[in-house]
Ligand binder design. Structure first.
Ligand code: AMP
Ligand code: MN
Ligand code: MN
Ligand code: MN
Length: 282
């Protein structure tokens, strides 16, 4: 099977490599086609595309949109969006708005929990001034010796409902799907296994997503266990969704799967790269 990775981050959001470094790493790992899917940002696509063209690999313009659904934070990946679309750029900018105020409140919460200077500490890791994420706090907690790893920082403090978690109101599901579609892209549910939804809520969510025009879900991702690869391949089949693959790579030594180091689909699926939007660039 072709080495394809449709979910990655650069320092334009909360990854640590520049878009060009990320593409070079993917190329070294044998990737033939990849998507850059920064959180609520398409600012790294041009650089990634240039490097991909130089190395002869295909770069899919992507984005990972944060949404709030039933008071939960969920991520919707857009693939093949037009990164130059001014409306998309403006909409994403608005969705990033509020991250700074939220991060300041997280800093206050950490102080109450006995961790001083967390906001300033997290800022040291921020590479896009309009995008401070929980990942930046997690990196600081590791640096400060408060937590042994980024994952442990999420488990102990930062996960939804954790002591340092500050709820935030993102775009709606309908908005995210509309933004992606109006920018020429297709909408995919990122790492569905990571959300704390009941079976019934997940069913409602997937039905609503499909009615709005969503076409796929991630099956093989760095955010799933191998059991979940199969579980969500079956969910994709049941709902008639295309199956997507992506490492969700952020940083060497931090992410569970390196860029372009994904296992094959666990069973027969209808892969997302069979969608007509992929044909245009093949
Ligand atoms: P934010 O957009 O600030 O809510 O932060 C989202 C970031 O946190 C993304 O990079 C996610 O991959 C990361 N993240 C969310 N939950 C976890 C977790 N349990 N373990 C590690 N990273 C996580
Ligand atoms: Mn991230
Ligand atoms: Mn995500
Ligand atoms: Mn991601």
């Amino acid at each position: 099977m072709l080495n394809i990775d449709l979910h990655t981050h650069s320092r334009v959001s909360d990854g640590v490599l520049t878009p060009a470094e990320l593409v070079r790493r993917a190329h070294r790992n044998g990737v033939k086609m990849m998507a850059l899917t920064d959180h609520d940002e398409v600012g790294g696509i041009v650089e990634a595309k240039e490097e991909a063209a130089r190395l002869g690999i295909q770069l899919v313009s992507g984005v990972e949109v944060s949404i709030t659904w039933a008071r939960k934070t969920i991520h919707i990946v857009g693939l093949h969006v037009n990164e130059k679309d001014p409306l998309l750029i403006d909409r994403l900018w608005h969705n990033r708005d509020g991250r700074k105020a939220r991060a300041e409140r997280m800093g206050q919460r950490f102080a109450e929990l006995g961790v001083e200077g967390a906001y300033q500490g997290a800022l040291k890791y921020v590479t896009n001034p309009s995008l401070i994420s929980r990942k930046h706090f997690a990196r600081y907690l590791v640096e400060a010796g408060v937590c042994p790893s980024v994952n442990k920082a999420f488990d102990r403090y930062l996960k939804e409902g954790g002591p340092a978690y500050i709820a935030h109101r993102w775009a709606t599901l309908a908005e995210a799907v509309q933004w992606i579609r109006e920018a020429g892209g297709i909408a995919i549910v990122a790492h569905p296994g990571r959300y704390d939804l009941s079976d019934l809520a997940m069913h409602e969510f997937l039905n609503e997503f499909r009615q709005l025009g969503g076409v796929g879900i991630e099956t093989v991702t760095g955010s799933h266990t191998p059991d979940q690869y199969l579980e969500y391949a079956r969910v994709a089949d049941r709902y008639g969704f295309l199956a997507s693959v992506g490492s969700d790579f952020h940083a060497p030594g931090e992410s569970s799967i390196d860029v372009g180091c994904l296992p094959d689909f666990p069973c027969r699926v209808n892969p997302v790269f069979n969608h007509p939007v992929f044909r245009a660039i093949r």
